[in-house]
Design a protein around this ligand. Sequence first.
Ligand SMILES: C[S@@+](CC[C@H](N)C(=O)[O-])C[C@H]1O[C@@H](n2cnc3c(N)ncnc32)[C@H](O)[C@@H]1O
Length: 260
Amino acid sequence: MALPALRASPAALVPPLLRRYPRRLPLLGKPFGGNRPPPAGCGIPAASATTVASPLTGAEEALMGFIAGKRKATEVAHSVWKNVVSKGDSVIDATCGNGHDTLALLRMVADDSGRGFVYGMDIQSSALESTSSLLDESVNPNQRKLVELFCLCHSKMEDVIPQGVSIRLVAFNLGYLPGGDKGIITASNTTLLALQAASRILVSGGLISIVAYVGHPGGREEYDTVQAFASGLPVDLWATCKLEMLNRPAAPVLILLFKK
Ligand SMILES: C[S@@+](CC[C@H](N)C(=O)[O-])C[C@H]1O[C@@H](n2cnc3c(N)ncnc32)[C@H](O)[C@@H]1O
C-alpha cells in the first residue's frame, strides 16, 4: 500500500503540552469538585483559583471517574491522549484489535485539510479486518485515507514508519483480542522490543500509553516487563507513571511514558 505524502506541520515542531501551557502547567488551577475557593492559608490566591479555568477538564473527569471506580483505564487513556495529541499529528496504534483505539486516535488527529495520520498494526488479519470495518462505517472516506493498517508485529514498527515522521503517541492495549482467540496474546519479549522502538521514534512531548492486563496467563510477567522498562527510563528525558486499582489486583493497569 502506498503511503500518502507526509508534510511536516508547524504544530509538529512544538510539543502540545508546551503549546497549551506556555509558562507552567496550571493543573491545580481549578479545584476538584467545582469552583470553591481554596481553604485560607493554602498559599493560592482565592481569585486565581476561581477564575482560572482548567484546560484539562476531560482528563480531570476521567481521572476522578477512575478514582471512584466508575471509569475504565482505557477511558482515562483516551482522555490523556486528547491532551497530548493535536489535529495533524501522526500516531501509532500498536495493537489495533477491534479498532476502538484506532478510531479514537483518528478522530483526535484528522483535520479538515487531510492532515493527521494513524499507523495501525496487529499480528492478526482478522483484527485488522474488524478495525477496517469499524473505520469504514464510522468516518468519511477522506478521513479513512488517514489510516494505514499493517499486519505486523509491533516490534517491527520502525520498518513501516517513514523516516522523518514525528510520532506524537504510541498506544498499546495489550493482551488478547476481545471475542477472538485468547491464545494469541501480546508477549513480554516482543512488547519490550516494541516499547524500545516506540521510545526511539517518539517526538519530544509525545506519549507512550500502555494498558496492561494481569489476569490472563503471561499477563503478570508482561506487566512486570513493561514496568521494569518504564522504571528504567532516564528521569531527565522521561516522566513515567501508572494508574492501578489497589483493591482490584486483576484490573487493567494504565502506564504512561511521557517523553520530555
Ligand atoms: C486487547 S487487544 C487490542 C484492543 C484494541 N486496541 C481495541 O481498541 O479494540 C490486543 C491485540 O494485540 C494484538 N497483538 C498481539 N501480539 C501482537 C504483536 N506482537 N504485535 C501487534 N499486535 C499484537 C492481538 O492480536 C490483539 O488484537
